[in-house]
Design a protein around this ligand. Structure first.
Ligand code: ASP
Length: 624
């Protein structure tokens, strides 16, 4: 007998059918047992006798039974198959389900994120997640269809490539064939899509994975998906129109509601004046409740900005203090081209960039590109690159531009974000099948993980820092590491001490040179704060200085989970435990730093300058 899908069972009254799926819920009335069988198309009620006692929820079953109309008063209006039930004739348990780590018949939002992601395959079984994944697939299909109808070609571009700057750090992959050399994973397909224009594709798109090593925020991981697109012989307005039409069609096809049929176009300047930001929410309270999507375009952005010194990637990308606001491959607006070529009035140069915003988020961005090698070179010159550095970074693009590259422009839409807005969720993670945890670990698979000795050898790699040491104890790790880094240290073994005062006394050292290592819980995450034993941490100042909302001492359990140690034995190296370290400046002014090194009976002493060298800590004044 062939399998029938649940949704089709309703049309087969009085017939005997075979269903396969999961046991959704069970009601046991003793002699009669009911359960709902669930497959990808829905749920249906099955009625059987005591023999069903052996089933439990989430078992995978196959049943054979007769479709029967339910009496009028037994109809379940909430179920698409509520007018029928299946009278069980026989069943087989295809796979028994063990104890579930959590329920899947709720929306799941109150379950701890780590647990949800560890068992993501179960989490995805819940109705809400099923709907989101299907919505995502339908939305992508609608975009694809639209683009195919408009003569676009879908092309894949390499994942192992050279750095393409989008303002983030690169993820790198070591090369086995050429030890010591590295590929970069693409921050976007920007350069390849432009080269496809040189190749004469004219209309390209791709559902592209982009990988950026950015500081993690609660709702985002290192990878995301873009609908990436590029067109030849177009003006800015033509790209915008094409995208607007596609977005409108796809949103409607999946049941989304638009605020405006025509997306308003606002200049960057006007947006900043009116909304104080280049992403804004145009919805009224009423429209928010109705779940509407309010799209708008923002145009006329400044091409360059001063580097934000706190942003490592920006600092690395720029050599002059100027960096691009969006994309170094953009073409300046015509009226600023002369200034651009002459490197004049840099702060006033506007680019052809256009961003698409929706409900307060940036959901896409693109530009008309420089297709002339001189214009591209000049962008890098403004960023302080010399001839050789320009050649090393974008020499290949400049060469292509000299070999018949048409004028072109494009855009990329953030698919995760669009799906988040369409499904009225507020975290990107809800839209991704297997997202990362907030601490950057992958769902289910628990990466990143270490490599074997053999792999390190093959790749010609050697680790630096504490992570490289496999010795059993913290004390051994610290000693080996200090020796490896050629750092002078003294270590003492003494009777057990539990406070800094006791430690200072047995070591016969001034209290001030003792390092007090505190593990704190800061906005939910563990951090290490190190102060001189003669000082007290001023929590209020600390919170303010580093912009934390909520900081408290870690409890015993957290301390143990993070460090594996007891209070009083923790050394001042957050990096040993993969947590950030903050150090009070006063400690670094002492002639020496003494600290407990993983036990109550060992103290190590090093110079403050050496401490600063090996532990990349934030230094500040936050003592009382
Ligand atoms: N490459 C840009 C980005 O990833 C988008 C574009 O300009 O097409 O943000």
């Amino acid at each position: 007998m062939q399998r029938t899908l649940v949704k089709n069972s309703i049309d087969l009254v009085n017939q005997t059918i075979k269903l396969q799926g999961w046991v959704d819920s069970i009601r046991d009335h003793g002699q009669v047992i009911f359960f709902e069988l669930r497959d990808r198309t829905g749920k249906v009620q099955v009625v059987g006798d005591k023999s069903l006692k052996s089933i439990s929820t989430e078992d995978v079953v196959e049943i054979i039974g007769k479709v029967a109309k339910r009496p009028e008063n037994m109809i379940n209006a909430e179920l698409a198959t509520g007018e029928i039930e299946i009278q069980l004739e026989s069943f087989t348990i295809l796979n028994k389900c063990g104890e579930m780590p959590f329920q899947i018949n709720t929306d799941g939002k109150d379950i701890n994120e780590e647990i949800r992601l560890k068992y993501r395959y179960l989490d995805l079984r819940r109705a809400r997640m099923q709907q989101i994944l299907r919505l995502r697939s339908q939305f992508i299909e609608a975009c694809r269809q639209y683009l195919f109808n408009n003569d676009f070609v879908e092309v894949e571009t390499p994942m192992l490539t050279k750095s393409t700057k989008e303002g983030a750090r690169d993820f790198v992959v070591p090369s086995r064939f050429q030890p010591g050399k590295f590929y970069a994973l693409p921050q976007s397909p920007q350069q390849y899509k432009q080269l496809l224009m040189t190749a004469g594709i004219e209309n390209y798109f791709q559902i592209a994975r982009c990988i950026r090593d950015e500081d993690l925020r609660a709702d985002r991981g290192f990878e995301f998906t873009q609908l990436d697109l590029e067109m030849s012989f177009v003006k800015r307005e033509e790209v915008m129109q094409m995208i607007e039409a596609m977005v409108k069609k796809a949103v409607k096809e999946v049941g989304g509601k638009l605020k405006d049929e025509n997306f308003p176009v606002i200049s960057y300047r006007e947006a900043m004046e009116k909304y104080g930001a280049d992403r804004f929410d145009l919805r009224s309270e009423e429209e928010k409740k109705e779940g509407k999507l309010a799209f708008a375009w923002v145009v006329d952005f400044p091409f360059f900005k001063q580097v934000n010194k706190e942003d490592a990637a920006e600092v690395r990308d720029s050599k002059s203090g100027w960096t691009f606001t969006h994309n170094p491959f953009s073409q300046p607006k015509d009226e600023f081209l002369q200034d651009h070529l002459q490197g004049k009035n840099i702060e006033k140069i506007l680019t052809t960039q256009y961003d698409l915003v929706c409900n307060g988020y940036e959901v896409g961005g693109g530009s008309i590109r420089a297709h002339n090698s001189e214009v591209l070179a000049q962008t890098f010159k403004i960023m302080g690159y010399n001839e050789q550095q320009i050649k090393d970074s974008v020499g290949h693009m400049m060469e292509a531009f000299k070999l018949g590259t048409p004028p072109h422009g494009g855009i990329a839409l953030g698919l995760d974000r669009l799906i988040m807005l369409l499904s009225q969720e507020n975290s990107l993670k809800e839209t991704i099948a297997f997202p990362m945890t907030s601490s950057g670990r992958t769902a289910v698979m628990d990466a990143p993980s270490t490599l074997s000795e053999e792999q390190f050898k093959e790749l010609g790699l050697q680790l630096r820092g504490f992570g490289s040491l496999n010795t059993a104890s913290i004390l051994e790790k610290i000693k080996t590491f200090l020796t490896q880094e050629k750092i002078e240290f003294h270590s003492f073994t003494h009777e057990p001490v539990f406070t800094c005062e006791q430690a200072a006394k047995v070591c016969n050292e001034p209290l001030a040179s003792g390092a007090k290592s505190l593990v704190l819980k800061a906005d939910g995450k563990a951090i290490m704060v190190v102060v001189s034993a003669a000082d007290k941490l001023d929590l209020k100042t600390f919170k303010k200085l580093y912009n934390y909302k909520d900081v408290s001492m870690a409890d015993k359990q957290m301390l143990k989970d993070v460090t594996g140690l007891e209070s009083g034995a923790v050394p001042p190296f957050g990096s040993l435990f993969n947590i950030p370290t903050y150090v009070e400046e006063n400690l670094l002014k002492q002639p020496e730093i003494n600290f407990n090194a993983g036990t109550h009976t060992d103290t190590i002493s090093i110079k403050p300058s050496d401490f600063a060298k090996i532990e990349k800590a934030e230094v500040g004044n936050f003592a009382k």
